[in-house]
Design a protein around this ligand. Sequence first.
Ligand code: NAP
Length: 262
Amino acid sequence: MLCEQGQWVKAVNHPKFKEGDMLSGWGGVQQFTLTDGKGFHKINTELADPKVHMSTLGMSGMTAYFGILEVGKIKLGDTVVVSGAAGAVGSVVGQIAKIKGCRVVGIVGGEEKCHYLKEDLGFDEVIDYKSGNLRKNLKKACPEGIDVYFDNVGGYTLDTVLTRINMQARIVICGAISQYNEKVIQGPTNYLSLLVNRATMEGMVFDYAKRYPEAVIQLVQWMNEGKLKSREDVYVGIEHFYETFCRLFSGGKIGKLILNIK
Ligand SMILES: NC(=O)c1ccc[n+]([C@@H]2O[C@H](COP(=O)([O-])OP(=O)(O)OC[C@H]3O[C@@H](n4cnc5c(N)ncnc54)[C@H](OP(=O)(O)O)[C@@H]3O)[C@@H](O)[C@H]2O)c1
């Protein structure tokens, strides 16, 4: 089967797909993919624009949905803190927690992202970790402690959040972007807070893949009802791969970072 990235299936010799299908899957940064179809699935472009299938209806949204609902086990009235909150996963996590009646606090870098979370997505509080004292700001934003922390960044932020958790708190370990480029990973030094508070810390990676279709139905419904917004930051041109990739670490983007390699 031959696919052109960002385009329709061009030529096909496959029982599951036909020419003209739009697929999503794991390809390289390349214009054409010759594949046996493994790791690819057909997307329904009537449900949403293809770029939304790469973000809120793709891996990012699935991770957010099952991470906050199944691992975070949020309940009405919980105080939920999410880091990387203006990113592809974090922004969906925060919005789902709002839909479920939680008080949501986002940790993010920079004023523009703070404004976006509060004004566009309806977060209750935002903390700019790049300015001010994170520990003090967290105390101010979460006067009654933290019930659920969805961690996208690890490192100092995770360690600081641990000092504010409540009894039976749930910490969802989704990612640790502050540590990916470090030679020595900084583990949490405040982990005894888990002991004192009978709290749990749990990781997740693709564990709910069989249930993705049910999440897609729910997420589409929320988007159609205007309760959930999907935002993508799209750059064009394979020649911009390097600078676009670096935006993940500099934070120079909002929502799902996409490179259209045409
Ligand atoms: N477990 C899974 O199955 C799974 C699936 C998908 C993604 N993930 C992980 O989930 C996390 C979020 O993914 P995503 O796709 O939504 O990424 P993203 O939030 O779209 O992009 C990364 C964001 O992280 C923030 N960041 C970068 N360096 C940082 C640092 N040193 N300290 C604090 N924040 C930093 C930046 O935002 P600011 O401007 O706010 O700093 C940046 O925009 C990543 O760690 C990713 O690896 C896990």
